[in-house]
Design a protein around this ligand. Structure first.
Ligand code: PGA
Ligand code: ZN
Length: 402
């Protein structure tokens, strides 16, 4: 198989206007190009995106240490490439070369290898059995770290479960539009802005926003004739301080928070709740999952950080029944796949996810199919979000042999 004969890196813009990196891997006369996203509500247990926040230093380290090691390596040896990244870095969290440099390199190698073999990325990584399309989860109303002046809860999502991914993608976009009209009615004066992921930002109490989203989901579900359900990503670590969860007009103890979230699941028929508690509260998660786990996915994002050892701990104590998979939280395609495999072996659902700061890289659409994930969280509208959604539509068409 062809070996890597060139590897380039460059600084590019992400959707927030921050710098990130794009890596290009060349082999056998073709190339693969991939870029790294970045989070705003990053978990403590994630890979370090750029050590010291210094993109220029991370680029220099790639040139000096990563690039020379990549040259000559078989491009189809994904595991070798990913091991090499760990070896060059030498820390558990990519604290030297940066998780964003690692993930862009790992994905670029996978794309180059797929191109060498003439396969779509999902098939190269997932093989023949990669045929199931994930349900798209679209962010409709948002707050937290992704918006100023919005809700305390970070994401109010819609999850459309149509017969085709194309139908689901359009249903989520329709919920986004209907939610705008409902918000206009509720907050008639003043501007209605959008947050980092394209979700509406509204000065509402959290449960009022959820009620409005649930109404929009119901209306669209009646229109399209299939299930469209609301879901939440609380990103609760972001508003947990001194042992309490601080909302706009009240603060809740951990016990009250569990009760509050269980009530939201019950009252609004939630498909999933992500990060309902702070990122180290394994026992609290287990308690919530024992109450709502039959009817709703309890998804760990900051809790697990796409990290196999944190997931293993969660499985032992029945902390959740789902895990968010963000490749740049862990740094390589192989590590993300290991987390997915461990999750699936233990009956956990997996949801591949974008970050709030994104690029137009479409790779996560392929990863979700390759991994056989239940769902993909990648926004409802907005250029860097639709890059993934439209790629899902293309993949579905490819799978149907059209
Ligand atoms: P982030 O948010 O990319 O800012 O971390 C996304 C999420 O919490 O799921
Ligand atoms: Zn999250």
């Amino acid at each position: 198989m062809p070996s890597i004969d060139a590897a380039k890196i460059r600084k590019i813009l992400d959707s927030r206007g921050d710098p990130t990196v794009e890596v290009e891997i060349h082999a056998g006369g073709v190339a693969g190009r991939a870029s790294a996203p970045s989070g705003a509500s990053t978990g403590t247990h994630e890979a370090v995106a750029f050590p010291g926040g210094d993109v220029a230093a991370a680029i220099a380290r790639f040139q000096a240490e990563v690039r020379p090691r990549l040259l000559g390596v078989d491009v189809t040896g994904q595991l070798t490439v990913d091991r090499l990244l760990h070896e060059v870095d030498g820390t558990a969290t990519f604290a030297r070369i940066g998780g964003n440099v690692a993930v862009a390199t790992s994905l670029a190698a996978a794309k180059a290898a797929a191109n060498v073999l003439g396969l779509p990325l999902y098939e190269y990584l997932g093989g023949e059995q990669a045929r199931r399309m994930p349900y798209p989860m679209g962010n409709i109303i948002g707050g937290g770290r992704h918006a100023i002046g919005g809700t305390t809860i970070q994401e109010f999502l819609s999850v459309a479960r149509g017969r085709t991914v194309a139908a689901s993608v359009f249903a989520n976009a329709r919920v986004h539009r209907v939610a705008r009209d409902l918000l206009r009615g509720r907050v008639p004066s003043g501007p209605l802005g959008r947050g980092d992921e394209g979700a509406w930002v509204a000065p509402l109490e959290d449960e009022a926003a959820l009620g409005l989203l649930a109404d929009a989901c119901r209306a669209v579900s009646a229109e399209v004739g299939f299930e469209v359900r609301p879901a939440l990503d609380l990103a609760a670590s972001e508003f947990y301080r001194d042992g309490m969860y601080h909302y706009r007009s009240r603060s809740l103890s951990p016990k009250d928070q569990i009760e509050f979230v269980a009530g939201l699941v019950e009252r609004h028929g939630l498909f999933s709740v992500e990060d309902p508690l702070h990122e180290d509260d394994f026992p609290g998660y287990a308690q919530l999952t024992s109450v709502v786990g039959e009817e709703c996915l309890v998804i760990g994002d900051d809790l697990f950080a796409t990290n196999v050892s944190r997931l293993r701990k969660g499985i032992e104590v029945h902390a959740a029944n789902g895990i968010l998979i963000k490749p740049n939280q862990i740094g390589t395609v192989s590590d993300a796949k290991a987390a997915v495999d461990l999750a699936h072996r233990n009956g956990y659902a997996t949801v591949v996810s974008h970050r709030s700061g994104e690029t137009t890289d479409e790779a996560i659409a392929h990863l979700a199919v390759a991994f056989g994930s239940l769902a993909i969280k990648t926004g409802a509208v907005g250029g860097e979000r639709t890059a993934k959604l439209n790629e899902l539509i293309r993949i579905e068409e490819g799978l149907a042999g059209e």
